[in-house]
Design a protein around this ligand. Structure first.
Ligand code: ADP
Ligand code: MG
Length: 657
């Protein structure tokens, strides 16, 4: 900028309100042309409604003209984007309003710090500068007072300090004394005169000619046009020197350049502000939090209860083996030439896809005897596949092997009930001899107890022996009573069942086998349980959604209530994204606090359920997932209100009440 370039230059500036949506068009400024040089002290005087404030908003880049051009330090303002305008407001202008426009919830010093906050000045520098400014303006004792605790004159001095925070190269004061008593009014005027003498460019807007007379140049405006201008007055040498000490406005750093203070500092500042806002209306904040807490906690509890009952069902089923099916032959009518299943049928089943083992089971009843004790029990002729086929391990001893099967060995493995009946005296059964229908067998093992888990003690009333032995020595039949099939993949239980039926139909010439498909019924009930859990989770998720809507509702209210605050922040240099971030932070802080409390609450309730004997299984995935959903809900539902806030028009926001 050369010395000849005016600091502010207006040409044919017009501003029209309305003219669309049915509102009558009114032209408030009707071609204002004006040059203001750096260091001038100008008063713009005119009666109420003449367009002074409108002009000031245009000068301060809070609003854009309908037509005409405006250059600041030689730059056409029309070419600047929203962020660059924010930068210009922050770096070049300091506003002083009739109504002070301080943020009610922040202390005097914090109010003064705001422009530096958006300029990215580090906190210690910010604080010391704000303190120094307030002390200079005689408010050293009021640093931590809220605006409501200060007199009008004091508030106006705070707002002057704020205007000076980033330098205040151009002070725009709109009726700064309008709301003050004569004493405070004189003080404020004295301050403005001193600032002008110190080299600041001061533009004072007033309807009061006496006040205007304190300026070095007086411009009179009426009905949106300049009707008189005293012209640039000679300035003292000291003032001139002070003015030229300013660095060029559009210097090497370029406009729109921001100082980078690091994310951590920004975040801390945003969190501090959000935290404070939450405390302005603790009751409302509490209700919002409650919505999120209930949502998060119910997701956790519902999923825990769901997977708890799912687990119980699975556990019960697993006792019999989740991957089992049982095959038996059933005569359809008495005329059918159907026979029992044969060992060849078992071989065929064993070869089918997805079949892990197919084991024949030859069932019969015998009188078992040891010494003078009799006990009627079931005998099962089985193969060495027994343990896999029926998921039934040994408690003691060993199982018979292939050699025993081949030699029709008289060895037996007894169930728990048989052991209790025959070995009451506490003798170790392994190695002892018992009689099965008068045939002596050597006990080589004891089966693990199954009844306690299965809920059916008869499971344990059983003796198992090699299939060949049962067939030849006990029952005299080669045919299995039924066949136990263990499958590999539970998901294909139904296909395997059909494959068995089809294969048997081909081999036997008719469809006469029945499959009791435990695997399929387990798969189906597991599916049902899973669906139930999902449903419960879904219902809980809906309550989380409702919590999110609560956040949005409160955010919309806050934005509305704080519209003027947003306007003040914009006038002091906040960019749209600063406003967006501020409100998003508030939404996220609420959701995070609610989410954490909800996690704690949900875990406590789930633990209480367990103590009360209701199955509940907490999963980390559900807990973290619920928390994540809460935060995501806050982000999603906070975004719309925050964006509304960021898009507000600075002048409209400032003038709202
Ligand atoms: P002053 O500050 O000189 O009293 P203003 O610049 O505030 O005057 O207003 C000038 C005229 O513009 C007034 O008649 C006012 O009603 C009108 N005006 C100001 N702002 C708006 C607006 N946003 N929409 C419509 N008319 C407006
Ligand atoms: Mg006005």
């Amino acid at each position: 900028m050369s010395a000849a370039t005016p600091l502010l230059s207006l040409r044919g500036l017009r501003k029209q309100y309305g003219g669309h949506d049915g509102a009558p068009a009114t032209e408030v400024l009707r071609g204002v042309s004006l040059d203001i040089a750096a260091g001038e002290f100008v008063a713009i005087v005119g009666s109420s409604g003449s367009g002074k404030s409108t002009l000031m908003h245009l000068l301060g880049c809070l609003d854009r003209p309908t037509s005409g051009t405006y250059h600041v330090a030689g730059r056409d303002v029309a070419a600047l984007g929203a962020d660059e305008l924010a930068w210009l407001r922050r770096e070049a202008f300091g506003f002083v309003f009739q109504g002070y426009h301080l943020i009610a919830t922040e202390s005097a010093r914090e109010n003064v710090e705001i422009p530096a906050l958006y300029a990215g000045t580090p906190a210690p520098e910010r604080e010391s500068r704000a303190t120094a400014l307030l002390e200079r303006l005689g408010l050293g004792q009021r640093l931590d007072h809220r605006p409501g605790q200060l007199s009008g004159g004091q508030q106006q001095r705070v707002s002057i300090a704020r205007a000076l925070m980033n330098g205040g190269r151009i002070i725009l004061a709109d009726e700064p004394t309008g709301a003050l008593d004569s004493h405070s009014s004189a003080e404020v005027m004295q301050l403005l005169v001193e600032l002008a003498d110190a080299g600041h460019t001061v533009i004072l807007i007033t309807h009061d000619r006496d006040i205007a007379a304190r300026a070095r140049r007086v411009i009179e405006i009426r009905d949106g046009q300049i009707i008189a201008d005293t012209g640039t007055a000679p300035v003292s040498e000291a003032a001139r020197r002070a003015t030229h000490a300013w660095p060029p406005l559009f210097g090497a750093r370029g406009h729109g350049g921001d100082r980078f203070t690091g994310l951590a500092g920004d975040l801390r500042e945003a969190l501090r502000a959000a935290w404070r806002v939450l405390w302005i209306n603790p009751f409302r904040t509490g209700l919002t939090l409650l919505g999120i807490i209930i949502g998060v906690a119910s997701v956790i509890v519902m999923l825990a209860a769901g997977s708890g009952s799912q687990f119980q069902v699975m556990k019960k089923m697993a006792v019999f083996g989740a991957n089992k099916m049982y095959v038996a032959a059933t005569p359809v009518t008495s005329r059918d030439r159907t026979g029992p299943l044969s060992l060849a049928d078992v071989e065929t089943m064993r070869e089918l896809p997805n079949v892990e083992v197919a084991m024949p089971y030859l069932e019969g009843f015998v009188i078992s005897r040891r010494g003078n004790v009799d006990h009627r029990t079931e005998v099962g002729g089985v193969t060495t596949d027994f343990e896999v086929a029926l998921d039934w391990p040994l408690a003691e001893g060993v199982f018979f092997d292939a050699e025993d099967e081949r030699t029709l060995a008289k060895v037996a493995i007894i169930g728990k009930r048989v052991r209790t009946a025959l070995f009451e005296d506490g003798t170790d059964p392994v190695g002892q001899t018992i009689l099965l229908d008068s045939v002596p067998f050597q006990v080589i093992g004891v089966l693990a107890e199954k009844g306690a888990l299965a809920g059916n003690a008869d499971e344990d009333d059983r003796v198992v022996v090699p299939y060949s032995t049962a067939s030849a020595r006990l029952f005299g039949t080669p045919y299995p009573t039924w066949v136990a099939v263990a499958i590999r993949r539970l998901q294909q239980a139904r296909q395997t069942e059909n494959a068995i039926i089809d294969a048997m139909a081909v081999q036997r010439g008719q469809r006469d086998v029945r499959v009791y498909n435990r695997a399929e019924s387990i798969r189906a009930s597991a599916e049902t349980e899973r669906t139930m859990t999902m449903m419960l989770g879904l219902i809980a998720a809906i309550s989380l959604l409702v919590g999110g809507i609560g956040v949005m509702n409160v955010m919309l209210m806050t934005v509305r209530e704080r519209t003027r605050e947003i306007g003040i922040r914009m006038a002091t240099g906040a960019r749209q994204r600063d406003i967006l971030r501020q409100f998003m932070t508030e939404a996220v802080v609420v959701s995070v606090i609610g989410g954490v409390a909800g996690m704690v609450g949900g875990v406590l309730v789930a633990v209480a359920l367990r103590l009360a004997g209701i199955p509940a299984i907490l999963s980390l995935t559900a807990i973290v997932g619920a928390f994540g959903c809460a935060v995501a809900t806050g982000l999603v539902f906070g975004y719309m209100p925050a964006r509304n806030a960021a898009r507000l028009d600075p002048v409209q926001a400032l003038n709202s009440d």
